[in-house]
Design a protein around this ligand. Structure first.
Ligand code: NAP
Ligand code: MG
Length: 491
């Protein structure tokens, strides 16, 4: 990730100051109101109800979006069913691939617009949406477009068949990227979809609906409906849905699992995490510190696989914590549109409240809290990067997912102790190991019960690589071949 900083003046007493480098918002166009995208067109919700989506960096209303009720969900599922039976499942796979390639190319062409809207609606720094979210979203469509006519090769000796209509429910932390993770493999396999973005970040999904129109997809193949949790529940409960793909919290994941139990809907759940980053004393310390910053502070800690726990070997703990605190002082919290910004706005008032409750709780539990200084804007939702030390396994700030820029630090003496502590969690989505020794990487990698382990790096993604959790972090995998098989009947 590029991190170009334009220093204009060094203030020797305190900190660097940077000339503002705001991304222009002139080139984007947003409607005042977004309807539901069903059957290839934008239609008003039967309920007649709309709700506002705001920019969390300044609390201004960006647009109002439709609240889909059960009748709207039904209409979307029927549109998806019709498109599945009459068009999409009958189309030659290579033709399906062409449509998916087209979506990928249009996202690339409109990348700047997508990045700006993603940052305005969700609060993430423009550097992040420009360099990570949007290129990865396009990459997912490109990757799965390539598989559309090669499913027989992907699964030799099987007869891959689509499942039908997929209901897809996504969270607010990577809105466009999660839509891409869901839609691309579903379409490549011949399914049609009904997708619901999160309440606080619906705009790039609605822009994606425009792309799908521009790509001339047959009406009903992709339906995008906005709404809240009740809309999600109506999708889960609808009889016309063959598969549920959900990304979100473990609590809602459990509700969905209960709702589909006993029926024949297939499901994949990508849920929460509380990943440990493990730094051994032979690690390149400066690189590891930068990796930890990337793992928990960038993107406001709004990452399911964030390295929200740090386990550091006792002999280097003091050095690591000192360097981490120094680095935290240089992190810029503020305007997501500014290219200098490291930590943007917290996604919503509700999420900020949740994070602040954990900050209070951690201190009440007896942990030592350190927060980097610096001003934050008056309007909007902000949280400065925060560390907790003097914590034990039983502290709630060590056990529970905070989903903010908050890191809990523990120490260890031996590899086994590090592994035991890392695995002492209900979650198992990801982990990181920092060491000079390949053998240690393999040992730790094999012993950590988590879906992905990064070695001497963190938060690296690629569409070819499967992603998903152990334990309460989820069921099933997305990405790569695994992601294809989740949308196929392989008998
Ligand atoms: P959430 O509250 O579980 O919401 C996720 C989605 O489900 C939203 O679209 C939400 O709608 C909807 N929803 C809420 N209640 C529902 C219900 N009863 N039935 C069906 N759908 C329902 O999670 P979040 O707060 O948006 O996202 C943060 C969580 O996502 C974190 O726990 C994070 O770890 C997890 N996450 C996991 C991954 C992964 O790949 N494992 C990736 C990203 C995020 P509303 O927005 O309207 O509430
Ligand atoms: Mg918003």
């Amino acid at each position: 990730m590029s991190n170009v900083k334009h220093a204009i003046k060094l203030n020797y007493d305190t900190e660097w100051e940077y000339a503002p480098a705001p991304e222009s918002t002139d080139h984007i166009s947003l409607k005042d109101r977004y309807d539901l995208f069903i059957g290839g067109e934008f239609v008003a919700p039967k309920s007649g109800v709309y709700f506002d989506t705001i920019n969390p960096a300044n609390e201004k209303i960006l647009a109002s979006v439709a609240q889909a009720g059960a009748a709207d969900v039904d209409r979307a599922v029927k549109a998806a069913r019709g498109a599945y039976e009459n068009v999409w499942s009958k189309m030659k796979p290579a033709e399906r691939g062409k449509f998916i390639y087209r979506i990928a190319r249009i996202i690339q062409e409109r990348a700047r617009e997508f990045a700006v809207i993603e940052s305005m609606d969700g609060g993430k720094p423009i550097r992040e949406s420009r360099d990570v979210d949007v290129p990865l979203a396009a990459a997912h469509f490109f990757y799965y477009a390539g598989w559309a006519d090669k499913l027989d090769y992907a699964f030799p000796h099987k007869t891959p068949k689509p499942l039908g209509v997929a209901g897809q429910i996504i969270p607010w932390n990577f809105p466009l990227l999660m839509a891409a993770w869901k839609i691309a493999p579903a379409l490549a396999c011949g399914n049609t979809v009904v997708l619901k973005p999160a309440e606080t970040t619906p705009l790039t999904a609605m822009k994606l609906a425009e792309v799908i129109q521009a790509a001339d997809l047959p009406p009903g193949v992709v339906n995008i409906i906005t709404g809240d949790g009740s809309t999600g529940a109506s999708i889960v409960d609808h009889d016309g849905i063959d598969k549920i793909a959900f990304t979100g919290s473990t609590d809602v994941g459990k509700i969905i699992q209960r709702a589909v139990a006993g029926g024949d809907k297939k499901y994949t759940l990508e849920l929460g995490g509380k990943a440990a980053n493990i730094i051994f004393d032979d690690a390149p310390i400066d690189q590891a510190v930068e990796g930890v910053v990337n793992a928990i502070f960038f993107n406001q800690g709004h990452v399911c696989c964030a390295g929200s726990r740090l386990l550091v070997q006792e002999s280097v703990a003091e050095e690591v914590v000192t360097k981490l605190k120094e680095r935290m002082q240089t992190l810029i919290v503020g305007d997501p549109m500014d290219k200098n910004t490291d930590i943007g706005a917290i996604n919503s008032a509700a999420q900020l409240e949740r994070i602040n409750a954990y900050l209070e709780l951690g201190q009440k539990e007896g942990a030592a809290m350190y927060q980097a200084g610096g001003k934050t804007p008056k309007k909007g939702y902000w949280c400065r990067p925060t560390l907790f030390t003097d914590v034990s396994q039983s502290h709630r700030v060590v056990r529970e997912e905070i989903f903010g820029p908050v890191l809990a630090i523990q120490t260890f003496r031996t590899l086994d102790e590090a592994v035991t502590k890392a695995n002492n969690t209900q979650y198992g989505l990801s982990g990181g190991v920092w060491t000079d020794k390949g053998a240690k990487i393999f040992k730790v990698g094999q012993k950590i019960r988590a879906g992905v382990i990064w070695a001497n790096t963190f938060n690296k993604f690629d569409p070819t690589s499967p992603f998903g959790g152990y334990k309460e972090s989820g069921v099933g995998r997305e990405g790569g071949l695994h992601g294809l098989s989740a949308y196929l009947n392989l008998h």
